[in-house]
Design a protein around this ligand. Structure first.
Ligand code: HEC
Ligand code: HEC
Length: 337
């Protein structure tokens, strides 16, 4: 064999190694040396774990995701009444209802947003894309107008949501995704009892008239409004007493409730939800909602209904008789004109 050649090869290899080691240590702390932070999913326990957004690199995909996260946290700064980009929504932020930038399990967590869309939804009767779903919250929860689907902002929000749910297989919903479902009360939720809960537990932050507390600089709220013209409108999912109760139970009061240690009883959560839901708010009509009325959940207060129960019962319950009626495959006996 050719010894000198082999030796020179070895020298080059050593030099390369030294160079690599040197390069490595010089670039220490540089973001390109870090692995890209990814959220993880464990299929055995059906649990999801978010990655640390602070580790996102400030270039390329990392920067787009971080921008989407910022839009999610400070929606009003970008799209609110005095929005930097456009005035599309009320003063609320996505994060107001999807806590901790959408990563807090059981607090309307968005771990399953990517795995659920595109997907069929009975409200629209269509296969919806993630963009469509985000704009649903823009138009209903934020009482606003849709974000242009081809804009950098929509791409960023979608990139953020896809990053959260990247590891979750399609159609799978990890434990803690979305809103928890509370057991039905065997009575109607009570707005008077709810008013008492509101006054004793919620007023200090959300205000005596549920008006919230605006930021002095006009870029949104310190405490978001629960009703009135600046809150979610009457076509939003949050208006459903079951959704509101499930949110409030494990998330409010903001400074004390956690999933492990909720602050309200189920009854208090249902009753305060009924009270909030009974208050006046902005109204928007979506005539194409629920094309198949047999697919309407029991607590959608707007008719027409596929059962004989009143609109009031559809709003406040008791819901068990409505569910039983629908489950039995029964049909409304008489259709009044
Ligand atoms: C007023 C409260 C509220 C605000 C503000 C809000 N949302 Fe929602 N969002 C909801 C509710 C309620 C649901 C339905 C949760 C459920 O039924 O489990 C929902 C569902 C979603 C879903 C579907 C999640 C899934 O797992 O299927 C996405 C995506 C979403 N919201 C994104 C956003 C974005 C982005 C914003 C800001 C532009 C936003 N939301 C603002 C209340 C809100
Ligand atoms: C310590 C202050 C505080 C108290 C007390 C409090 N909240 Fe909240 N609430 C907040 C904050 C802050 C947010 C928005 C969270 C965010 O943006 O991270 C919020 C958000 C909400 C939302 C979703 C956003 C909206 O405006 O609709 C609802 C619903 C809500 N609270 C209901 C209640 C109810 C019901 C009570 C009483 C049982 C209550 N809160 C008590 C601070 C509070």
């Amino acid at each position: 064999m050719n010894l000198p050649f082999n030796r020179s090869k070895r020298v080059i290899a050593v030099l390369l190694l030294l160079f690599a080691a040197g390069y490595g240590s010089f670039s220490c702390g540089h973001s390109s040396a870090q692995p890209f932070p990814e959220c993880t999913y464990d299929s055995v326990s059906n649990t999801w774990t978010p990655a640390d957004a602070a580790l996102l690199p400030d270039t390329g995909r990392g920067a787009l995701i971080a921008y989407g996260r910022d839009l999610f946290i400070r929606t009003s700064y970008f799209f609110g009444p005095n929005g930097k980009i456009a005035s599309l929504s009320n003063g609320m932020n996505c994060q107001n209802c999807h806590l901790d930038a959408g990563i807090r399990s059981f607090s309307n967590c968005l771990s399953a947003a990517a795995s659920s869309y595109p997907g069929f939804r009975p409200r629209s009767g269509k296969v919806e894309t993630l963009i469509f779903r985000v704009n649903d919250c823009m138009q209903r929860s934020m009482n606003g107008d849709p974000i242009d689907s081809s804009s950098k902002e929509m791409q960023a929000i979608v990139a953020y949501l896809r990053w959260l749910g990247n590891a979750v297989p399609m159609k799978v919903r990890p434990i803690g995704a979305g809103l928890p479902v509370l057991a039905y009360l065997n009575r109607a939720a009570d707005t008077l009892k709810g008013k008492y809960v509101f006054e004793s537990r919620c007023v200090r932050c959300h205000g005596a008239n549920g008006e919230g507390q605006p930021r002095p600089d006009g870029t949104g709220y310190i405490y978001p409004p629960l009703w009135g013209n600046n809150s979610f409108n009457d076509a939003s999912g949050m208006l459903r007493v079951s959704r509101l109760a499930g949110f409030v139970k494990y998330s409010m009061p903001f400074d004390s409730a956690t999933h492990a240690k909720p602050s309200l009883t189920d009854e208090e959560a249902w009753d305060v939800a009924a009270f909030i839901s009974s208050r006046p708010r902005a109204s928007k009509t979506f005539p194409d909602d629920w094309p198949d009325i047999h697919k309407k959940p029991a607590d959608i207060p707007a008719g027409p209904f596929a059962d004989p129960f009143s609109a009031v019962q559809h709003k406040y319950g008791p819901f068990t008789p409505i569910d039983s009626f629908m489950k039995a495959g029964m049909k409304k006996p008489i259709m009044h004109p």
